[in-house]
Design a protein around this ligand. Structure first.
Ligand SMILES: [Zn+2]
Length: 440
């Protein structure tokens, strides 16, 4: 007998509109969307009353840490955290140990992903070992379905090498994603450079170090025609540069993180290493500019940069601690609140968290996916793969680092009330989160 699931009574979020409808899922696909569905016998039902029913979220920026960093996170635990956050697909960053810079490591992470609660796509490294000196074998990774390459954790410092990577990536139809920080300017800075870093006696990491690399990569992308994605942009000037290049026709997309939308450099005055991240938390005027861009609809994607660390990497002096913070389990509520916490933003919420990220990660049905993942970010319509999230905008949860699904606990949101909760997550037709609890 076919497995069927009825999602009853929710507000379905389409690509440009919403409607009150039931959704019937049969054998991993959406079989029907209608005002009131009389399901076949034996169908399971989940209640979606008062909730938004949208495409499962797609995170463009997850550090799953496996292989090599299993003390902080594994593919299994990271995917469970993702499912609880409403995600049905994650793009795993390649700064693992060893780095994901070969077909062998790509195959290993894809295998681990197939056993996890949700889909895992893999970003390959641009350079061998992420060392920034020699191009990695992009074609052999592309043959396994890799469509995004990045040295994230650091940017590619050598402009000539980045130019060659772009020429090569363009030839194989891949996207290059850049962590924009020029190391000759960022140095060993551990927070935003400015009056506050001077007052606190901490070395600064300037906005300029980001903007210089943004400008460089936009020029390289304009020259090569390579598809470019800029990771975790954090300053007002970076956004101006990208939007101006896009008006000139440069093929560029960018993401912002929930932490750069919500947290500013003042938090570093606590010397709490939960607030240390690269690029660093910026000034309140940068934060305001990012929120304004999000609310105006000019941001392509909100991505988490979920970066788990074991306690010994964070229980250190601020300037010595590892940079990075958790994000998967709170990103949807934080984005909803940044957009104004009103259901009228539903279409935009799913555009920045699911539909555009799925396109950037090459995970929509139109792309030739050979990594084994189903299609993400599609419409809620008959025949589409059933990757769905049911979001309760009236739900509230208080962040408790002891209760996170992530193996690590380095959240910057301890004690914060999150507006909007994940009620159910459905991946390829399976309920991987039911009533806010993971089923796997
Ligand atoms: Zn990064």
């Amino acid at each position: 007998m076919p497995e069927s699931l009825l999602i009853r009574g929710g507000t379905v979020v389409h690509t440009a509109s919403t409607e009150r409808a039931d959704v019937l899922v049969v054998d991993g696909r959406i079989a029907e969307v209608a005002a009131s569905i009389d399901p076949p016998a034996g169908t399971r039902e989940v209640d979606a009353s008062g909730c938004l029913v949208g495409p499962g979220l797609v995170d463009l920026h997850t550090h799953l840490r496996e292989p090599g960093g299993e003390e902080a996170e594994t593919v299994e635990t990271g995917c469970r955290a993702g499912a609880l956050g409403g995600y049905t697909a994650l793009l795993a960053m390649p700064n693992t140990m060893p780095a994901t810079d070969s077909a062998a490591v790509v195959a290993q992470v894809l295998d681990l992903g197939r056993a996890a609660a949700i889909d895992v796509a893999v970003a390959g490294a641009i350079t061998v070992g992420r060392q920034g000196t020699e191009l990695a074998p992009l074609a052999e990774m592309a043959a396994l379905g890799v469509r995004v390459f990045t040295d994230d954790g650091t940017g590619v410092q050598d402009a000539g090498l980045m130019l060659r990577a772009m020429q090569y990536a363009r030839g194989i139809g891949a996207t290059l994603a850049e962590h924009c920080e020029d190391e000759s300017l960022a140095g060993d800075g551990c927070m935003n450079q400015g009056a506050l870093s001077s007052k606190l006696g901490l070395p600064g990491r300037s906005g300029l170090s980001e903007e210089v690399m943004v400008a460089r990569d936009l020029a390289l992308a304009a020259s090569t025609g390579c598809s470019l994605h800029l990771l975790h942009l954090s300053t007002e000037r970076s956004l101006e540069l990208v939007l101006e290049a896009r008006r000139r026709g440069v093929s560029v997309t960018f993401e912002v993180t929930p932490h750069h939308l919500w947290l500013s450099e003042e938090l570093c005055a606590t010397y709490d290493t939960a607030f240390k991240v690269h690029p660093p938390l910026r000034s309140s005027s940068d934060v305001a500019a990012l929120v304004a861009a999000l609310c105006e609809g000019s941001v392509d994607a909100v991505a988490t940069d979920h970066a788990p660390h074991p306690p010994q990497a964070k229980d250190r002096p601020f300037d010595e601690a590892s940079p990075g913070m958790l994000g998967l389990e709170q990103a949807m509520g934080l984005t909803y609140e940044a957009l104004g916490a009103d259901v009228s933003v539903a279409v935009e919420l799913f555009r920045v968290l699911s539909r555009t990220p799925a396109e950037i990660a090459h995970l929509t049905a139109e792309h030739d996916r050979v990594g084994g993942q189903s299609a993400h970010g599609g419409d809620i319509a008959q025949g589409e793969d059933a990757n769905l999230v049911i979001f309760d905008p009236d739900g509230r949860i208080v962040v408790d680092r002891a209760k996170l699904a992530s193996r690590a606990s380095n959240t910057p949101y301890q004690g914060r009330i999150i507006i909007g909760t994940i009620r159910h997550t459905i991946c390829a037709g399976d309920l991987v989160v039911e009533g806010g609890e993971a089923t796997t």
